[in-house]
Ligand binder design. Structure first.
Ligand code: BDP
Length: 704
C-alpha cells in the first residue's frame, strides 16, 4: 500500500512539476513571486469588481490565501474606480486630471498613522491594468515602499492580429495549430481562451483580430459570428475587444450580391446589414481589418475604385456603432520598378480622403518584416490620415520558432526613427501614437505568434516577443532592456546575475540574426515559399521577379545591393529631408542600410577600412560567433533554470547555430561567385559546398 502511495505521490509531484515548467504559464507565474515580503494586510474594495477578483486570484497563488477584506490593517490596499466612495479620504484630484480613460494611478498615502495604497482609474479597464501593474511589481520584487505611479497607454488600440484560418491552420504560425477551435464551439470551450485573455490583459493588449488577413468570406456567416460572440464574451471582462479580418468580396461570395463594388447601393446595404447583425451579437465589437488588392486578394480597385472608397464604405457602416477600419497598406506589384515604392505611391495621393474611423495599417518597413529594413516612408508621408504600425511577432523571417530573436530592439528602432516630416522629432512613435497630430484614435498591431503548443509560442524565448509587443504598445518609452528584465524575472528567475546575462543575450540576438542572415541592408534572400533558410540564388523561369532574391540583392561582378538612390529607382525621394539626402549618398548612408539603398562595388571602402567584401565576410562570421556566445551563456545559466525549459532552449540554440552557419556559408559562397575574392583568413572557412547547399529543399508548408 505504502509503495503504491509513494508511487502515486511521485506521479503527482512529477505532474505538478511538469505542469509548472512546461512554459504554459507564460509570465504569469505568481507562485514564483513569494520572494517579495507580504506588504498588504488587508484590502478595501468591492469584491465583485473583476479587477479585484483578478488581484485576489493572483494573491492567493503567491501567498496561499486571499487578502482579507478589512479596513483596519496597517497596510491597506484600496481598489476602486475614481467614483468609488472608498477614495474620498485621498487627495487625488490633481492625479485624476492627468488620467486618460484606460490609465491608472497607484499611490501610497499615510493616513491616520496607516499606510494606504490606492489603485484607481476612470474605467474598470484602467483598474485592471493597475492591478496587473502592482502584481508585476510584486512578481519582479520591485515594490517600493511608497508608490506614486500614474500611467496612460501610448496607443488607444493595442491589438494582436491572428493570421489564423478557419480550418485551424495558421499562416506563418510556428507554434502548432490555431488556438481557436471553431469546430468545437459552442459545445466545447477551451480553457485556453480565458488564459489567453488574461495573458493579454496583463500586458495591456485590448484587441484581437481573430482571423487571417487573407480572410475567408465565411467568417461573416452567421454560424461563425455566433462563435465569435462566444470568444467576445470570454474576453469582455478582460477588456479585450474582438475584431475580424474581412474579405472584400464577401457580399458577392456569401451575400448573393452580384458585385462587391464599394459604391454600389446593394453592396453598401449588405455591409450595413452585416455590421448591424454583428453588433446585435457583439455590442462592443471593435471593427474590421482589411487586406485588399494585395497579393491577389479582392479589393475596391477591381471595380475602378480607390482604397479610400473601399475603406470609407466599411467605415460608414461601422461608425454608428463606434467601430473602426484598419486598412492595410501592404501592396506591391511586379510592374513597379521597385516594390519598396508602391505603398507610398498608392496611398499618399489619397491622404486626407479617409474617414476619421479609418486607420491605415503599415508594416514597419516598406518590404516585408525583414531582419532589418529602414522605416516605411509612409509613416512620414501620410499627414492627414491616421496611420498605425504593424509588427510581426511571429518570426516568419527570423528563424521561425527555432531561433531566439528578441524583437523589442527591432520594433524600437522603427518607433524611434525620426521621419523629419514635421521637423525634427517627428518620430514614427509620435506620429502613430497620436501626440504629433493630436489624435485620440491611435493604434498598433502585432501579428501573433500564438498557437496550440503547450508553451504557446513554440520557443520559450518567443514568449518574450508577445510580452514585449504588449508592453511597448502600452508604453513605447520603455527600453528593450527594461522589458527583457521584467520578462526574465517573471518567466525564469529573479537572480540578478541570471537576469544580467540572459538579458545581454536577448538584446544581442537581434543584431546577431541580422548579421548571420542579411547584414548591411541586404534583404529577402530567403528560400522560396517557407522563408526559413537562405536561397540567394533562387530562380524560377516564370516566377514574379519581385518574389526572387536576385531582385533584392542585385549581385553582379561590379558589386552588390539595390540602387534606390536618385541615380537608381529614386525611392529615397519618399523620405523627408535631411534623410533623403543622407540615404542618397553611400558615404552618408548609415552602413546598416548601405545595400538597401545602393549598389556598391566589392572593393568599396567601409568606415572601418575594410572592403565591402571583407566586411560582409566579417559580419556573417560575427553573427555565427554571437550564437555560439548565446549557447555558452545559456549553459552557464543552467542552475537558474528548470531542467525542462533549460534543455528545450539549449536544443533550439543548437539548431540556431547550425542554421547561422548555413546562412553564412550559403550567402558568402554564393556572393563569392561575383566578388571573386577570397574569404579573409581571420574568418572561419565555410564548412559546406555551395552545390550541396543548393540542393537543400525543406519540406515545409508555406502557409502553416
Ligand atoms: C507576408 C507573408 C504572407 C502574408 C503577407 C501579408 O509571407 O503570408 O499573407 O505577408 O502580410 O509576409 O499579408
Amino acid at each position: 500500500m505504502i509503495r503504491y502511495l509513494s508511487i502515486l505521490f511521485l506521479f503527482t509531484v512529477s505532474i505538478l512539476f511538469a505542469q509548472a515548467e512546461d512554459g504554459s504559464k507564460l509570465w504569469l507565474r505568481f507562485g514564483q513571486a513569494k520572494a517579495s515580503p507580504i506588504r498588504f494586510t488587508g484590502i478595501n474594495a468591492d469584491k465583485t469588481l473583476f479587477a479585484v477578483k483578478e488581484f485576489q486570484k493572483a494573491w492567493k497563488e503567491i501567498y496561499g490565501k486571499e487578502l482579507s477584506i478589512n479596513n483596519s490593517g496597517k497596510q491597506t490596499l484600496i481598489i476602486g474606480t475614481s467614483r468609488s466612495k472608498a477614495l474620498l479620504p485621498f487627495a487625488l484630484s490633481k492625479n485624476l486630471e492627468q488620467l486618460g480613460n484606460e490609465g491608472f494611478i497607484i499611490k501610497t498615502f499615510d493616513l491616520r498613522g496607516k499606510q494606504q495604497t490606492v489603485i484607481t482609474a476612470k474605467s474598470e479597464a484602467g483598474l485592471l491594468y493597475g492591478v496587473y501593474h502592482l502584481l508585476r511589481l510584486i512578481q519582479t520584487n520591485e515594490l517600493p515602499d511608497n508608490l506614486d505611479i500614474i500611467e496612460n497607454p501610448s496607443y488607444a488600440v493595442r491589438i494582436l492580429n491572428h493570421w489564423d484560418n478557419l480550418d485551424g491552420s495558421i499562416e506563418r504560425g510556428y507554434a502548432g495549430h490555431s488556438i481557436w477551435k471553431w469546430e468545437d464551439m459552442p459545445k466545447k470551450i477551451s480553457p485556453r481562451y480565458t488564459e489567453y485573455a488574461r495573458a493579454n490583459a496583463s500586458i495591456g493588449i485590448n484587441g484581437s483580430v481573430l482571423d487571417n488577413v487573407n480572410a475567408s468570406p465565411n467568417i461573416l456567416r452567421n454560424d461563425y459570428l455566433e462563435k465569435v460572440k462566444i470568444l467576445a464574451g470570454i474576453f469582455r471582462p478582460f477588456h479585450i475587444k474582438v475584431y475580424l479580418s474581412i474579405n472584400f468580396s464577401a457580399p458577392s461570395v456569401i451575400g448573393g450580391v452580384p458585385t462587391a463594388d464599394p459604391l454600389n447601393p446593394a453592396v453598401i446595404k449588405w455591409w450595413d446589414n452585416k455590421v448591424n447583425e454583428i453588433y446585435r451579437l457583439i455590442p462592443d465589437f471593435g471593427g474590421f481589418l482589411v487586406k485588399a488588392n494585395s497579393e491577389g486578394l479582392p479589393g475596391p480597385q477591381d471595380f475602378g475604385r480607390t482604397h479610400a472608397d473601399g475603406a470609407n464604405m466599411l467605415a460608414d457602416a461601422l461608425k454608428p456603432h463606434g467601430g473602426i477600419v484598419m486598412w492595410r497598406a501592404f501592396v506591391y506589384s511586379p510592374d513597379n520598378d521597385d516594390r519598396a515604392k508602391q505603398a507610398y505611391n498608392e496611398f499618399v495621393p489619397l491622404d486626407g480622403k479617409f474617414r476619421d474611423n479609418v486607420i491605415v495599417q503599415v508594416k514597419n518597413g516598406p518590404i516585408d518584416f525583414q531582419p532589418r529594413e529602414p522605416f516605411s516612408p509612409l509613416f512620414g508621408g501620410l499627414k492627414l490620415t491616421k496611420i498605425m504600425p504593424e509588427f510581426q511577432i511571429t518570426q516568419e523571417y527570423l528563424g521561425q520558432s527555432n531561433h531566439m530573436v528578441y524583437q523589442a530592439p527591432l520594433w524600437k528602432e522603427c518607433l524611434d526613427s525620426d521621419t523629419y516630416c514635421q521637423g525634427k522629432g517627428s518620430t514614427v512613435a509620435r506620429i502613430t501614437d497620436g501626440t504629433l497630430y493630436k489624435r485620440e484614435l491611435s493604434a498598433i498591431a502585432g501579428v501573433a505568434n500564438i498557437g496550440e503548443d503547450t508553451n504557446w509560442c513554440g520557443h520559450h524565448f518567443a514568449q518574450a516577443n508577445w510580452y514585449a509587443f504588449g508592453r511597448l504598445a502600452w508604453n513605447h518609452n520603455l527600453t528593450s532592456e527594461q522589458i527583457a528584465g521584467e520578462w526574465l524575472k517573471m518567466t525564469f528567475n529573479k537572480d540578478s546575475g541570471f537576469v544580467r546575462d540572459a538579458k545581454n543575450m536577448m538584446i544581442a540576438s537581434r543584431e546577431a540574426v541580422v548579421n548571420y542572415m542579411m547584414p548591411l541592408g541586404l534583404h529577402h534572400l530567403f528560400a522560396w515559399e517557407h522563408h526559413y533558410g537562405p536561397e540567394p540564388w533562387c530562380d524560377f523561369p516564370n516566377a514574379r521577379p519581385d518574389w526572387l532574391p536576385k531582385y533584392y540583392h542585385q549581385a553582379n561582378e561590379d558589386g552588390l545591393g539595390f540602387d534606390r538612390s536618385s541615380r537608381g529607382t529614386n525611392y529615397v525621394e519618399q523620405y523627408c529631408s535631411p534623410l533623403r539626402e543622407m540615404f542618397d549618398k553611400p558615404e552618408t548612408c548609415p552602413e546598416k542600410y548601405l545595400l538597401w539603398f545602393h549598389h556598391v562595388p566589392w572593393n568599396y571602402k567601409m568606415k572601418d577600412g575594410k572592403t565591402l567584401w571583407d566586411e560582409l565576410c566579417y559580419l556573417y562570421d560575427s553573427g555565427v560567433k554571437d550564437v555560439r556566445t548565446f549557447e555558452a551563456t545559456w549553459n552557464n545559466l543552467k542552475t537558474y533554470v528548470d531542467k525542462e525549459r533549460f534543455e528545450a532552449v539549449k536544443a533550439k540554440l543548437a539548431i540556431q547555430e547550425k542554421d547561422a552557419i548555413w546562412w553564412k556559408d550559403a550567402c558568402l559562397l554564393y556572393f563569392q561567385e561575383f566578388s571573386k575574392q577570397p574569404i579573409p583568413p581571420y574568418i572561419e572557412a565555410p564548412v559546406h559546398k555551395l552545390d550541396d547547399l543548393k540542393k537543400i529543399k525543406l519540406n515545409m508548408a508555406s502557409h502553416n
